[in-house]
Design a protein around this ligand. Structure first.
Ligand code: FCB
Length: 413
């Protein structure tokens, strides 16, 4: 079968993402830790017949101690970039008290990433909050904007030397809706009014932090936006589709893009929008991941082309698949990269791709069973890291800066 080589732009960044709470372990001063150990959460899990520790982050992947091993693996897999999260709850365990020990720890973590030849994307807030701030209302409290700015300033002065890209807030739209509208993530509220207030405060927090970061570090800044591919479905759905597109994808970007130097894109979701609003993740005819999320690589191209109007460089900061048997991951990555390449051909300035995730980790409410990692974490064998077959296939793409596809398939993916 004739092959076609699709080359990516020179200096393209290749790598994978992680977050602090999901991989480090023992993030004991955070609101998520408190939630995971709350009587209510444990009772819900028990009633559902679940093994409670499988749904508590606990030691996670022990990356707090094993970060060097993880970065060495990334280097071995030909990555030239990594995205990590740092935990506000560690750095400021009590209000106004910044931990020198934890700042020094993250300094060592980033030094290690650099030592392994990785450009670094550092996320400052990835769903979790210090418990003391959560007790004061978290991002519902307008004071959170200034408190975030103070934390960001302390971190940026200290970690600037080893940071190449800053990501202020991960997925503000998911955080606000899951925590304040759908009642899923802590603090489990169900209020549209609170959701809108939180969105507003997140926007202000980002804009203020971005200005500080630019002033103090001069390094590029963005949010990691989760963008969904939305498809109108059935008669009369065009208006609801338009509204959903605006609320899910446009509203926060429009209010924050002015302070972003690039656009961080997290892409997983394709929704069908019917007249009454959102219908399910996907049609059953589409392939799904282990969590039942439909797989739509072409949606990534649509999103990227739509972002061209902002005229900023784009980095894919997350895109990945829960696939414990590792039978769909290689194709998932290649198909998505094919569409990234198509977007680049259409003039979109995409400069990097970070797969979610480098290692299997704590997938929030789902606990440890969804397996997103390029590298398996064997929870039965002292968290041993085992490189998956798909990771080696991705490593080949990273090494050559090139995706090889069957020429005949080029337009059929
Ligand atoms: C994203 C989150 C990330 C991980 C992946 C699967 O929305 O940012 O932490 O949970 O989903």
């Amino acid at each position: 079968m004739p092959k076609q080589k699709l080359f990516f732009p020179k200096d393209f960044l290749w790598g994978a993402s992680t977050s602090g709470h999901q991989t480090e372990g023992n993030n004991t001063n955070s609101d998520w830790w408190a939630f995971e150990h709350s009587q209510r959460r444990e009772a819900v899990l028990k009633a559902a017949g679940k093994n409670i520790p499988d749904y508590q982050s606990g030691i996670a992947c022990d990356s707090y101690n094993r970060y060097d091993e993880d970065f060495a693996l990334a280097q071995h897999l030909n990555h030239n970039a990594t995205r990590i999260g740092i935990e506000w709850a560690r750095i400021e365990p009590e209000e106004g008290k910044f931990s020198e020990k934890e700042l020094a720890h993250y300094e060592k973590v980033l030094q290690s990433a650099k030592f392994h030849g990785l450009q670094t994307f550092v996320t400052l807030h990835h769903y979790t909050l210090p418990k003391w701030l959560a007790d004061k209302g978290g991002f519902l409290n307008p004071a959170s904007v200034g408190l975030f700015a103070r934390y960001v300033s302390a971190v940026s002065r200290r970690l600037n030397q080893y940071t190449d890209f800053w990501l202020t807030i991960n997925e503000p739209e998911v955080y606000a809706t899951h925590s304040y509208l759908l009642g899923r993530y802590p603090p489990k509220k169900k209020s549209l009014f609170k959701t809108l207030k939180v969105v507003n405060n997140l926007v202000d927090a980002h804009n203020q932090a971005a200005k500080i970061l630019k002033f103090e570090t001069g390094k590029p800044v963005s949010m990691a936006y989760q963008l969904s591919d939305l498809e109108p479905s059935g008669f009369f759905s065009h208006f609801t589709h338009f509204l959903a597109e605006y609320l899910a994808n446009e509203y926060i970007i429009n209010r924050t893009i002015g302070t972003c130097d690039f656009i961080g894109v997290n892409y997983y979701i394709h929704h069908h929008i019917g007249f009454w609003g959102i219908r399910k993740h996907s049609h059953s005819k589409h392939e799904q991941n282990d969590l039942g999320w439909g797989i739509h690589p072409d949606g990534l191209e649509r999103l990227l082309v739509n972002l061209k109007k902002h005229n900023k460089p784009i980095y894919i900061t997350e895109n990945g698949i829960a696939d414990s048997k590792d039978i769909k991951r290689e194709k998932f990555i290649k198909d998505h990269l094919y569409h990234v390449h198509c977007a680049i051909q259409k003039g979109v300035d995409v400069r990097g791709y970070l797969y979610w995730s480098l290692i299997d980790n704590f997938e929030w409410l789902h606990g440890f069973w969804p397996r997103f990692g390029l590298v398996e974490i064997d929870r039965e064998d002292l968290l041993r890291r085992k490189v998956r077959y798909s990771a080696l296939k991705y490593a080949e793409i990273c090494r050559t800066n090139c995706l090889e596809v069957d020429a005949s398939q080029v337009h059929n993916i």
